[in-house]
Write a new protein. Structure first.
Length: 443
């Protein structure tokens, strides 16, 4: 049976049971400390005052308290900004809707919300991915990419135009949504290619047959649906590349959610705390380029801080494979076998969305946050600065733009957990599936 996995929605039920006792203690301490902090906070940090109600939904940023833009969007995931009409589009998993919210000019309230697609009747199980081109809006379930005709000038969508665009994503029956393991399928597209990422079935699979980014020359598709399994493998061995984004030059970057439960006592006594890091890669190809999962992982800091430890970023063999006769540390460290990361986010931070700033060229990442670490990581919006030449200025993501005011989140609490990201000029909109909110933060 597949091991339960950390990120992205419904898969952690079993693990959650196991850690209930720990969580109960943490919550008790957290609530006590948090209440003390919360009571001293102003009640009007946001338009509704809602953020003062739980210490773990109160947010701070480098440029002041973020604004609450919308609430009541349970399980909200990806955000997408449509610059032709100034609306944010959002996948709301809990209500099975795609909604649009007018944000330009900035509006403080959520009363401008329009339901574009209500997929609850058709049981489409939309859960994360969303993308658009000049004629269509695309959204994904675990098994399928759907599309609808989308006229950006119109505030509504004719749901009768729905088509199954890509099917057979994990080989399951497209009508049954029986996908196991990671269930999100992030979609990004440019004029030529649509990229769709699929994560692993379990924590550590036996091979990389699921863990890939495939791409499709989608504009020239003549018969629909397109079979997912026939897409070109543009990245192989990426455990769960939930974050995908184009840089200013049109290259695709991913941030990968790494595995849990790592034990390599020969490298560090409590290796799982800081390893594996969540690696960031520029996908340069060629087709079938291999990034290491499940045989290899990217180590975090083993002796010093994340910001300075020289071991962080090195690739090692995952313990299940290191004695299989092939996948040794030396094999993993041979660049002919495995591509090295361009940068890294601390272990277990769970990057669920990425976007590049069109003017500065910097990469921003929404970090959902962790459970497999004594001190939780993530629960924040972070920035990876880039040079004018389009490469990261550092390989460590340490610049936190927005964070939980009360500090690390007590797992299982009603914490703000970033899941979607849309950068519009000098602000970022960040969604939280756990609390059903969107906030606006100055960059
Ligand atoms: C790794 O870095 C983090 C953050 O800098 C720190 O909390 C942790 O203790 C470090 N781990 C080790 C083994 O020094």
């Amino acid at each position: 049976m597949a091991k339960p996995t950390r990120c992205c929605g419904t898969e952690w039920t079993k693990k959650a049971l196991i850690i209930t006792a720990i969580v109960a203690t943490l919550v008790a301490v957290g609530v006590t400390v948090g209440l003390a902090v919360g009571l001293t906070r102003r009640n009007n940090d946001s338009p509704t005052g809602r953020f003062a109600s739980s210490p773990y939904t109160a947010l701070s940023s480098q440029k002041g308290t973020p604004d609450l833009v919308a609430t009541g969007l349970p399980g909200i995931r990806s955000l997408l900004f449509d610059d032709s009409t100034g609306v944010l589009l959002a996948v709301v998993k809990g209500t099975q809707q795609i909604v649009s919210i007018a944000v330009k000019p900035p509006s403080a309230a959520d009363n401008s919300k329009v339901v574009l697609i209500d997929a609850s009747q058709a049981k489409l199980k939309l859960n994360h991915g969303i993308a658009m081109d000049d004629a269509y809006l695309y959204a994904s379930s675990a098994t399928t990419v759907y599309r609808w005709k989308y006229d950006r000038k119109s505030p509504t969508i004719d749901v009768a135009t729905r088509e199954i665009f890509i099917n057979n994503i994990d080989g399951a029956d497209p009508n049954s949504d029986t996908a196991a393991g990671h269930i999100t399928r992030t979609i990004v597209l440019d004029r030529n290619w649509m990229y769709v990422s699929v994560g692993s079935a379990g924590n550590v699979d036996r091979d990389s047959s699921r863990s890939k980014v495939r791409r499709f020359a989608y504009k020239s598709a003549t018969t629909l649906p397109i079979d997912y399994q026939k897409g070109e493998v543009w990245a192989d061995g990426v455990r769960n590349a939930v974050s995908m984004a184009f840089d200013a030059r049109g290259a695709v970057w991913i941030a990968v959610n790494g595995a849990d439960d790592l034990a390599r006592p020969d490298l560090a006594p409590d290796m799982v705390q800081d390893s594996p890091v969540e690696p960031i890669y520029k996908l340069n190809g060629p087709a079938n380029a291999f990034y290491g999962y499940p045989y290899c992982f990217v180590a975090g800091n083993t002796t010093g801080t994340f910001a300075t430890d020289t071991n962080a970023g090195k690739v090692y063999a995952w313990p299940d494979f290191m004695n299989d006769g092939t996948h040794t540390d030396a094999w993993c460290q041979n660049p002919a076998n495995v591509i090295l990361p361009d940068a890294m986010v601390p272990a277990h931070a769970a990057p669920l969305a990425a976007q590049f700033h069109t003017e500065t060229g910097d990469m921003y990442l929404a970090l959902h946050g962790s459970w497999n670490r004594n001190i939780p990581s993530g629960y924040s919006l972070v920035r990876l600065p880039f040079t004018p030449a389009g490469t990261p200025t550092t390989n460590r993501v340490t610049d936190t733009i927005m964070w939980l005011t009360a500090g690390p989140c007590a797992y299982g609490g009603s914490c703000f957990r970033p899941a979607g990201l849309a950068i519009v000029g000098d602000v970022a909109y960040v969604s939280s599936d756990n609390t059903g909110d969107i906030v606006r933060v100055k960059l």
